[in-house]
Write a protein that binds this ligand. Structure first.
Ligand code: GDP
Length: 294
């Protein structure tokens, strides 16, 4: 579906070969191709521009190795840059504390509940006691969904179906986790279809009340460019610790990972690649760089 970036660059660079060295003048058309490849992969336009400006600086002055395809060399420069910009190394969640408290936030439908189940399943497999808390007080179906997941993976779910106070439920869940010697509490919060003030205030209050060890923002990779704005708003309010990028089993090229990292400067920690409880993947920046470049 996407033309290979390396082929495009080879075309654009043909003229560079003669000069043997990348200069400000002859790099312009290749930079344009790189920028287009990034925006094709859903990288935010402004972010793509920032990144290609940096790549241009780094590429200028480098010798073009005539023996290998010049496109290959530039693709490597771009690949390494994208990997570095996405943090270089994989980063895991902080599960220190007794119990460690993980708060899950994001828009409705982003995959919060599914991710909460997957994380619980993953932690349980490490031999730790996990408690899931259902704090979505607006959709009765959300509580049932978490309870079904809990049963499936053998993890206890704390819920108060008749309580309409999310902060109180979260506090009670924490108390319950402590009293029952749980190692990790995962709190699934409510999401809305779009960001609204009441929702942001509520999740902010939940965060203040339970002081999580780790706050994770969940975002659907299919939402493309919008993902950056959503991430920025959530980060301004919650100062989250990491990002979970979901639905990467679909067509999304993953540009959202690069844009979000660049704009909010927080690591992407997990990627979700399906609805099954086993589909929880650590986020590897170099693999995502390859996916973005196609
Ligand atoms: P929430 O409203 O944020 O809690 O979102 P849900 O966890 O209910 O997920 C919304 C929908 O997306 C559900 O139908 C999930 O099965 C589906 N979903 C969640 N994560 C993934 C994923 O990584 N890949 C795919 N294909 N579907 C997912």
């Amino acid at each position: 579906m996407f033309e290979n970036l390396q082929d495009k660059l080879n075309k654009a660079i043909r003229t560079l070969k003669g000069s043997g060295r990348i200069t400000d003048v002859n790099v312009a058309s290749t930079v344009k191709e790189i920028r287009r490849a990034l925006t094709d992969a859903d990288v935010n336009f402004k972010v793509a521009k920032d990144i290609t400006d940096q790549i241009r600086e780094e590429a200028i002055g480098q010798k073009i190795v005539i023996a290998v395809e010049p496109g290959q060399m530039l693709v490597k420069i771009v690949h390494d840059k994208l990997t570095e910009l996405m943090g270089g190394q994989a980063e895991s969640v902080n599960l220190k504390g007794s119990p460690a408290v993980v708060l899950i936030a994001g828009l409705q439908g982003s995959g919060k509940t599914t991710f909460s189940g997957k994380l619980a399943h993953n932690i349980k497999k490490q031999g730790r006691q996990v408690l899931l808390a259902a704090c979505d007080i607006y959709r009765p179906a959300a509580i049932a969904q978490l309870q079904t997941l809990g049963q499936q993976i053998g993890v206890e779910v704390y819920a108060e179906p008749d309580n309409k106070d999310a902060v109180q439920i979260a506090k009670n869940a924490l108390k319950y986790a402590k009293e029952n010697s749980k190692n990790v509490l995962i709190v699934d919060t409510a999401g809305r279809l779009a960001i609204d003030e009441a929702m942001m205030q509520e999740v902010e209050n939940v965060k203040k009340a339970i002081e999580p060890t780790e706050t994770l923002f969940v975002v659907d990779s299919m939402t493309g460019q919008d993902a950056v704005n959503t991430a920025k708003t959530f980060n301004d309010r919650l100062n989250f610790d990491g990002v979970v990028l979901t639905k990467l089993d679909g067509d999304a090229r993953g540009g959202a990972a690069l844009s979000i990292r660049h704009v909010v400067e927080k690591p992407i920690k997990y990627m979700s690649t399906g609805e099954k409880m086993e589909d929880l993947d650590i986020f590897y920046p170099d693999r995502m760089a390859s996916r973005i470049l196609g």
